[in-house]
Design a binder for this molecule. Sequence first.
Ligand SMILES: Nc1ncnc2c1ncn2[C@@H]1O[C@H](COP(=O)(O)OP(=O)(O)OP(=O)(O)O)[C@@H](O)[C@H]1O
Ligand SMILES: [Mg+2]
Length: 272
Amino acid sequence: MAGVANVPGVAKPDAILVADDMSRHFGGVRAVEVEHLEIQRGTITALIGPNGAGKSTFFNLITGFDRPNSGRWSFDGRDISGAPSFRIARHGMVRTFQLTKALTRLTSLENLMLGATGQRGERLLTSLLRPAWAAQEAGIRERAEELLARFNLSHMRDEFAGTMSGGQRKLLEMARALMVQPDMILLDEPMAGVNPALTQSLLGHIEALRDEGMTIVLVEHDMDVIMSISDWVVCFAQGKVIAEGRPDDIRRDTAVIDAYLGTHRSLQEDQT
Ligand SMILES: Nc1ncnc2c1ncn2[C@@H]1O[C@H](COP(=O)(O)OP(=O)(O)OP(=O)(O)O)[C@@H](O)[C@H]1O
Ligand SMILES: [Mg+2]
């Protein structure tokens, strides 16, 4: 990112995601109004901004979980504007949700195995009827076990997700998203509600994924976390990208400070 200017919408040397003229309105609320945004491949980008700035809505749009009023976006050079979420996941971009969506009546292992098909839009039941399923299942199970081990959840493999702590469910959801071996993962407040010990291990996992070459975008409110983990920071306010740059510069950016003033959540505050 050397030499990239701190300017909203600035071009990146190797963008994996490029979004143009994205807008999403809810009645009179302009939730997202992004002219141009590029995400650099292989980096951790933090998406920040006060409550209601449009961060989650932007995630929903680019991952196909919501439809914009207008906009074009491409992933890895491929136009995916308007594609459904399962197809976008198949192209290698997955996300987690601000409120975890682990299926509480399934075990950890089952949640992960379903993740291999879930975001891909394949019907598990249909798959179960196919003769080829047995062979596929072995591979899927192996990957699920690997991910459970990676996230220190092996001892929870047969526990219902509903009995796990909030932090463990966050880990489980991240592991589930990784079942499809994505190139890019969008994490919506992965640290929210997670205890400090688990937060450290989550941060370690996110850095390790980046070091393996994955592109990560995370919505985060804790400035210490942002400073310690991100290569680049994008700040949203009222649906727009109002600033982007290196963490050190963004922390001092007057537009960013102004955006947070008068909102009930300060930039420094740890929301957990
Ligand atoms: N489904 C919806 N229907 C109506 N309004 C919505 C809907 N989703 C979001 N909004 C509105 O769009 C704006 C952006 O919301 P969004 O959830 O994207 O913000 P955010 O930056 O993720 O905030 P937070 O930090 O609180 O999670 C808000 O004003 C919100 O009330
Ligand atoms: Mg949100």
